[in-house]
Write a protein of this length. Structure first.
Length: 153
């Protein structure tokens, strides 16, 4: 019985030690708003990739490879969101898919320009969906919701 108890305790310890590593993943996201010069707001969706990992660009040259990163911004009567602005991606051969692909590594910030409809505070909500890969493997696509509070001007 003592051996069974020790085995169960070891199993629980191993499971709890691996759950945080799986939950975090190689890509972390942060979301914030910054005031633009013209009175508008920019919502920044910032991805930080662990060394050796990358996410794909918003558009890819072919449909038979990975899924591109996509940003969905929920509609609201409080604001109008513009098209997502993406920094220039890298382009290289991806051994996982056997083709040249556009991607982002290290840290990348996508910008969603937002125009206020009124002078009151509001919250911009949505989700970013992405696929993370390194040179050996890819993880399934993940959707990360975001919520960014924008104060009154």
């Amino acid at each position: 019985m003592a051996r069974l108890t020790r085995s169960l305790a070891l199993l629980v310890l191993l499971l709890t030690a691996t759950v945080p590593a799986m939950a975090g993943g190689p890509i972390t996201w942060s979301f914030e708003q910054v005031a633009a010069a013209d009175g508008r707001v920019q919502v920044l969706l910032k991805a930080t990739c662990e060394q050796g990992w990358h996410i794909y660009a918003l558009t890819l040259p072919r449909d038979d490879g990975p899924i591109p990163t996509s940003v969905r911004v929920n509609t609201s009567p409080d604001y109008r969101a513009g098209a997502v602005v993406e920094p220039e991606p890298e382009m290289a051969y991806d051994p996982n898919f056997g083709m040249d692909l556009r991607f982002h590594s290290n840290t990348v910030a996508f910008i969603v320009p937002v125009e206020r409809v009124a002078g009151s505070p509001f919250t911009v909500t949505g989700a970013v969906e992405f696929m993370a890969c390194n040179d050996k493997t890819c993880l399934p696509p993940v959707a990360v919701p975001f919520s960014v509070h924008v104060p009154a001007p």
